[in-house]
Ligand binder design. Structure first.
Ligand code: MG
Length: 355
């Protein structure tokens, strides 16, 4: 029986690659419904091609989950909009292949708790978390000592010296991955990596102090796990997001695919270094949000989403993204994070402040 999949965010980079994976294994996967937020024409054309149901518009993602029976829901929408449909999928008992990291940043505690209660699996789609997930297979939980997330470093790893005059076009030019604008800007500021720390924190139940980031511009080593016996395992592959997407869909198995294979001799060398905390203040902001506790991580996610949009719209400078987030973290009231409503209240406070 083919696994039935609902795809939320079907025309984004993850969604398109997931459809490619599904189409190359028609006996294994059947896309039953897909959701596109913006373009109805695109959504309907895609649905016709796949023989799937099309959903478009504001509440489309939640409806698509509620109205379809599927084995897996792939959540690949942009930003905070992923939270409601993720919760809907969990309530319905669907496994969730999660690409939208803001879901974990905002509400990781509630999402993981409810998933446990409902016996639902959260399968990572992000390449780094997929790598960690793959390295963890078969080892006892208590033997895990540290997680190491690799980061490409984005387009501004060393240049330009002054980041304040960076243009939208420059920031959207990621050296390794073709992705949507929000995640591409987040990658350039390394807020994306900060979000990934929080995502790993909840997905793998690891304290933030035991999650490191190392810059690895070649994007071949996708992340690593160090165990208590001194062994470190890594997952390597050429940078192709279909590897991680497919693993989330086939776990615990694997499926053969005609993809470029790793050739270490051809690569010659791989490099690693520590991220520069001055160039990338967003990494510090994430740690600060963790230290503040409560709903600070939701404030962080909401402030970043609005600040990135303001930058894309030409309203603020590139360096104002981190400054805006820092401001919101400083000024936000302490909201205890005891419910999803509290999470939404925190994001509303940010909208009011920045709106
Ligand atoms: Mg990633």
């Amino acid at each position: 029986m083919a696994k039935k999949i609902v795809i939320l965010g079907a025309t984004g980079s993850i969604g398109r690659n997931a459809i490619d994976v599904a189409l190359s294994h028609p006996d294994e996967f059947k896309v039953v419904a897909l959701v596109v937020r913006s373009s109805r024409d695109q959504c309907e054309a895609l649905a016709r091609e796949l023989g799937a149901k099309a959903y478009c518009g504001e509440d489309a993602a939640v409806r698509a989950v509620e109205e379809n029976d599927a084995d897996i829901c792939l959540v690949a929408t942009v930003g905070m909009s992923g939270l409601k449909p993720t919760m809907a999928a969990i309530e319905k008992g669907m496994d969730v292949a999660l690409a939208t990291k803001e879901v974990m940043v905002m509400a990781g505690e509630f999402v993981t708790r409810r998933a446990r209660e409902k016996g639902v699996r959260l399968l990572p789609v992000d390449s780094e978390h997929s790598a960690i997930f793959q390295c963890l297979q078969g080892s006892p939980r208590e033997s895990v000592e540290r997680l190491v997330l690799t980061a490409s470093g984005g387009p501004f790893l060393d240049e330009p010296a002054d980041l304040s005059s960076v243009t939208v076009e420059q920031a959207l030019n990621h050296p390794r991955w073709k992705m949507g604008p929000k995640v591409t800007i987040d990658s350039s500021t390394m807020m994306n990596k900060g979000f990934e720390i929080l995502e790993a924190r909840w997905l793998f139940d690891m304290p933030v102090e035991k999650i490191d980031v190392v810059v690895h511009p070649e994007s071949i080593v996708h992340s690593l796990v160090t165990f208590s016996d001194g062994a470190t395992l890594a997952q390597l592959s050429p940078p192709d997001m279909r590897v991680a997407i497919q693993y989330a869909l086939t776990w615990p198995g694997r499926l053969a695919s005609k993809r470029e294979q790793l050739d270490l001799a051809a690569l010659g060398s791989l490099t690693f270094r520590t991220p520069d905390p001055v160039r990338f203040p967003c990494l510090r902001l994430v740690k600060e949000a963790c230290a503040r506790g409560g709903c600070a991580a939701a404030v962080l996610a909401a402030a970043d989403e609005l600040a990135v949009q303001a930058f894309l719209d030409g309203k603020i400078k590139y360096t104002d993204i981190a400054a805006t987030v820092a401001d919101c973290l400083d000024l936000a009231p302490e909201i205890p994070c005891d419910s999803l409503d509290a999470v939404w209240a925190a994001t509303e406070w940010v909208s009011k402040r920045l709106g």
